[in-house]
Design a protein around this ligand. Structure first.
Ligand code: SF4
Ligand code: SF4
Ligand code: SF4
Length: 282
């Protein structure tokens, strides 16, 4: 690994460039640039990593600067390697019919603020739009999971049953008056019922995100612990900043991921240290 530029890896005399991809989205212009670089200087194929980065293979040393310039021209750069905030991953967001807010905008904002921040170890962050998370945020150092608590307006509900069909948790039934009723103990707060009600009889009662810390996707994989079950979306960027600063300040030399720090300090103490002044909605 190149110490100055850890996103360059030498293999068999040639280089691999790891390219950061903000929130897992690439424009056609960016795709074209990746194609051009790979065709002109590389292997003619790329690999998409589990962290939504793109790997460009087989670049000769003499072409690295040109390749990096071509990437820069379309707003891409190498990164997501070494002891720093790695590529921040995100689900497809509002383009998913079951997404009740905009996780992509949040992931992009997090990337603007903290992308590539140097730290005592690698910190992986993922954002998902709902608690049935395609992007597996629970196996990241910081996992952000959208939650939407819904409310049925019984005066409007006509008992069509569409919300019952889409609820994965079987949390909705019709009461004696043929009105939808949500069992709060079963409800995971995904918002699907609201998004699928044909007459908008279901609305948002509360919206926010669950924050998990200390997850780990390598073998063996560990799910993170819940730092806060629901915080406001506008509090996420400062809270993530606080977690990263805390890690910087408190990590022991051997704590190269957040998990050992979470285990050593304990989640209850971390809640006290990290959530001061942050409103926890549930
Ligand atoms: S995580 Fe949820 S909101 Fe995001 S794409 Fe998957 S199902 Fe849709
Ligand atoms: S989908 Fe809407 S109208 Fe139909 S039962 Fe559910 S809440 Fe009522
Ligand atoms: S918000 Fe709750 S009740 Fe509605 S679909 Fe999701 S789990 Fe079911």
């Amino acid at each position: 690994m190149n110490k100055e530029r850890p996103y360059l890896t030498k293999r068999d005399g040639k280089y691999e460039i790891k390219v950061r991809v903000k929130a897992g989205h690439l424009s056609l212009e960016q795709l074209q640039a990746l194609k051009d670089i790979s065709e002109k200087y590389g292997a003619g194929e790329v690999h998409l990593t589990i962290r939504q980065e793109v790997l460009l293979f087989d670049i000769e040393e003499e072409h690295i600067e040109e390749a990096l310039k071509r990437l820069e021209a379309v707003g891409l750069r190498g990164g997501s390697a070494g002891f720093r905030v790695r590529n921040i991953t995100c689900c497809v967001g509002k383009r998913c019919k079951n997404c009740a807010w905009d996780p992509v905008a949040l992931a992009r904002e997090l990337d603007e603020k903290y992308g590539e921040m140097e730290l005592p170890g690698a910190v992986k962050i993922a954002v998902s739009g709902c608690p049935f998370p395609c992007i597996r945020p629970q196996f990241n150092d910081i996992g952000i999971i959208g939650r939407t608590k819904t409310h049925v307006d019984e005066d409007r509900c006509d008992g069509c049953g569409k919300c019952i069909e889409v609820c994965k948790m079987r949390a909705i039934t019709l009461n004696e008056q043929k009105k939808a009723t949500i069992n709060e103990k079963k409800c995971k707060m995904c918002g699907r019922c609201m998004l699928n009600c044909p007459i908008s009889a279901i609305s948002i009662e509360r919206q926010g995100v669950t924050i998990m810390i200390g997850g780990h996707g390598c073998w063996p994989a560990f799910s993170g612990e819940t730092l806060a079950k629901m915080v406001k979306i506008e509090d996420v960027v400062p809270l993530v900043g606080r977690i990263l600063e805390y890690y910087k300040k408190n990590a022991l030399p051997k704590e190269k991921r957040l998990r050992p720090l979470v285990k050593r300090i304990g989640i209850e103490r971390l809640k006290k240290d990290l959530l001061k002044g942050i409103e926890v909605l549930m």
